[in-house]
Design a protein around this ligand. Structure first.
Ligand code: FE2
Length: 414
């Protein structure tokens, strides 16, 4: 066999193996599901979630969660890179809002800022009933406050999806399990619905990852930074919340930028960094080199298109290196920048989801362009149930505007 033939044979074998089980896709070998069936998981679904789905007309008879079709799951790096590689127009709905956010604020019972720099809770409104003006005001509020919370929500996955669609192109993850949403046109199981699932008990079993007190699997990160147009707003709705624990913490990218010295700001303004995907793929040109992540370059300081404020766009999980620096220089500076987000409690908000009425849930909507978040894993994954649905919208191609200002400059604080 010539070397060329050997290479072809190797690639054929790798393709056959990848078709059997794509990398990063669960721990089983049947290619589509966990070693247990998704019927098994449908039966384990918490009662309050079942109630929510029944009320929404979501039939989980076919199993739960639903999975992307095998042929649609990218196995190779080049395939994954080409997913959503084409630039799509995006206009942030926050640009349509009134600066005083009157439609939203006048309708709310209370608007409660949780900390000085980040986090606002809206009391007395149902997300499913928001008018177009109120949705746009909310986009502006999230852009300014980074994360906004709503308790006691009567929200179907369909309501959540349509709110996400108002804000932009909804991300349909090529690998992640999803909620099967009925549609007149398509088999709900045939393709991703755009509503993905946060259910650690299932994900622990599905991906075979270690969870528990001694493991920290959801450290500081920002969602979907490897995309050509990374995530703008993410809406997480928890319909089952542990009696104690399971909080989430967010940290502000605007405030992290403002923590830096003038000299450091100047140094970083206009520089790019490399960001990687959460899932790994096979390199077709070097299939035995092990799983690799999709990498893309973005500005390390981003300008937010609605507020016009600069934000530090790094996170420990997915920012690999600063372009143009030596590896040691990059590691040292990134290490410091990560710590700015992680160590400054005055730029963070910790949200206690708190159990709510049966069939109801709590929502958090945050802006990934200007934040990192951290899921506190202090509940017992097997005993204390925590289940939710998530919709993410993709935003603009990240950019840095040299004429933009920091948040504190914009607010006239310095
Ligand atoms: Fe996340």
């Amino acid at each position: 066999m010539s070397i060329g033939d050997e290479q072809k044979e190797l690639l054929r074998l790798v393709e056959a193996l990848a078709a059997k089980k794509p990398p990063s896709f669960g721990k089983s070998n049947d290619g589509l599901h966990d070693a247990r069936s998704n019927k098994y998981w449908a039966n384990l679904l918490p009662e309050s979630t079942k109630k929510r789905f029944q009320k929404a007309g979501i039939d989980i008879e076919g199993g739960y969660p639903a999975f992307p079709a095998q042929e649609d799951i990218p196995k190779f790096l080049d395939q994954a890179f080409s997913v959503r590689d084409k630039i799509e127009p995006f206009t942030d709905r926050g640009t349509f809002a009134r600066p005083d956010k009157k439609a939203l604020f006048d309708a709310a019972l209370e608007v409660r800022d949780l900390t000085k720099h980040i986090g606002t809770e809206i009391v007395g409104l149902q997300l499913k009933d928001l008018t177009t003006e109120q949705k746009d005001d909310l986009a502006l509020l999230v852009a300014e406050r980074v994360v906004v919370f709503f308790r006691d929500q009567d929200l179907s996955p369909q309501n959540q999806l349509s709110l996400g669609e108002h804000y932009g192109r909804v991300e349909k993850h090529p690998q992640a399990p999803f909620v099967p949403i009925p549609s007149s046109r398509n088999d709900p199981y045939a393709q991703g619905s755009g509503v993905s699932i946060i259910w650690l008990k299932f994900l622990k079993d599905f991906y075979g990852i270690r969870k528990g007190f001694r493991f920290n699997n959801y450290p500081w990160h920002t969602d979907l930074v490897h995309e050509r147009q990374p995530a703008g707003l993410t809406h997480l709705h928890l319909d089952l919340i542990p009696a104690t624990g399971g909080d989430t913490v967010w940290s502000s990218g605007y405030a992290a930028y403002d923590k830096l010295s003038f000299a450091m700001k100047q140094f970083l303004d206009g520089k790019n960094a490399v960001y990687c995907s959460g899932h790994a793929y096979i390199d077709r040109n070097d299939p035995l080199s092990g799983p690799k992540f999709v990498e893309r370059e973005h500005p390390i300081i981003r300008t937010h298109p609605v507020t016009g404020w600069k934000s530090l766009f790094v996170n420990r999980s997915m920012t690999r290196r600063i372009v143009g620096l030596l590896p040691d220089e990059s590691d040292t500076i990134l290490g410091y920048l990560f710590s700015v987000f992680e160590n400054n409690l005055d730029i963070q908000v910790r949200w206690s989801w708190q159990p709510t009425k049966d069939g109801f849930g709590t929502s958090a909507i945050w802006d990934n362009r200007v934040s990192q978040h951290y899921a506190v894993g202090d509940y017992d994954v097997d005993e204390d149930e925590r289940h939710g649905t998530r919709v993410s919208t993709l935003a603009e191609v990240p950019y840095f505007d040299n004429n933009s200002v920091s948040q504190r400059e914009g607010l006239g604080l310095e």
